[in-house]
Design a protein around this ligand. Structure first.
Ligand code: ASP
Length: 328
């Protein structure tokens, strides 16, 4: 049966093929690969991991006003960084096992420039610090104390990011101190977002407080370009969420984008990236989810376990999709 998501993919594929002059016969096989070329018509899009409509809507407004995709993704993910009820990102994020909230974030623009901060403490908007790293330094990644020093020099203010709610949960966790990421439960929920603006340019952002109760000093996939996020303006972009170690070992977002470059649809590319995890790793107890969009605005998502969702804007309304998964 053709479900709604498949239908959307097929429709998008048909329009793409029509746009590049291949017509409906070429569309007869769903398996047919679609080469992504720089001449492909683009479509403004915002796609992000999990159900965070407010973040998508904020990014979408920037795009609608003719803004740059880079500004859109920064503005979008900042909504969650500031939201104390989101305990996986920024302010209110769950701490590490020493009770410290440590943040990871990265950003990448249409020119292939990127910036990242890892293990940053006390700054509510790590994504904006990552953007400053990209724009104001000759480097890509700043970590820990150095990242904090840089943020302060750029005018960011130190704040206590550990809210009472996250502190209480942490104190309860201390009773057993068991480190066991729970699949799809709120101890991890990074936001990774990719946007295409009206000019057809693509940018992405990814930000997280990482796995709750991780070891002090642990850095996940989210601030690592190619792991938690990757964008190529000729091809598309992808973002990851879930157990960062599994994403790091397969450089997942880069893989998804490279597979799209080779002609796979975003859906097929996300599936293959998850297959790589399932082939080589202990995947049964972990969740990893990818979402991706190509230059033409086709999108997709896939995860190891059921339960991963992603949100897409291509028009006024924000649509939530439940991703299909490797384990049914
Ligand atoms: N990927 C993040 C990390 O490993 C966590 C998450 O997505 O929830 O730090």
């Amino acid at each position: 049966m053709l479900n709604r998501r498949k239908f959307i993919h097929r429709s998008a594929l048909s329009s793409l093929l029509a746009a590049i002059g291949l017509g409906s016969t070429a569309c007869a096989s769903e398996e047919k690969v679609t080469p992504i070329t720089t001449t492909t018509t683009t479509k403004p899009t915002v796609i992000a991991t999990w159900e965070r409509r407010a973040a998508n809507q904020t990014a979408w407004q920037v795009i609608q006003k003719g803004g740059r995709a880079l500004d859109a993704v920064e503005a979008g993910v900042k909504v969650l960084e500031a939201d104390e009820n989101d305990q996986s990102v920024g302010y209110g994020g769950r701490p590490d096992r020493e009770g410290k909230v440590t943040l990871d974030a990265c950003i990448m623009d249409e020119k292939g420039d990127c910036g990242s901060v890892c293990f940053l403490q006390g700054i509510k908007h790590p994504i904006s610090v990552a953007r400053k790293v990209m724009e104001e330094t000759p480097h890509v990644i700043l970590a820990g104390e150095g990242a904090l020093k840089f943020a302060l020099a750029q005018g960011f203010k130190v704040e206590n990011l550990l809210t009472e709610k996250s502190k209480k949960e942490y104190e309860a966790w201390l009773v057993n101190t068991e480190y066991k990421p729970v699949i799809n439960i709120e101890n991890h929920d990074t936001i990774g977002m990719v946007a295409i603006d009206q000019a057809g340019n693509i940018s992405g952002a990814c930000t997280t407080s990482g796995m709750a109760y991780k070891m002090h000093g642990r850095v996940g996939d989210s601030p690592i370009i190619g792991a938690g996020l990757f964008v190529d303006n000729e091809v598309g972009g992808a973002a990851a969420t879930g157990v960062g170690e599994a994403v790091l070992k397969t450089l997942g977002s880069f893989l998804v984008v490279e597979l799209m470059r080779q002609g796979k649809t975003p859906q097929e590319a996300c599936e293959e990236a998850v297959n790589r995890i399932a082939k080589n790793q202990h995947y049964k107890d972990i969740q990893v989810g990818y979402c991706a969009v190509n230059k033409a605005g086709q999108y997709g998502g896939y995860s190891v376990q059921p339960g991963f969702s992603y949100v897409v804007n291509q028009k006024e309304e924000t649509e939530l999709f439940q991703a299909t998964s490797f384990i049914q």
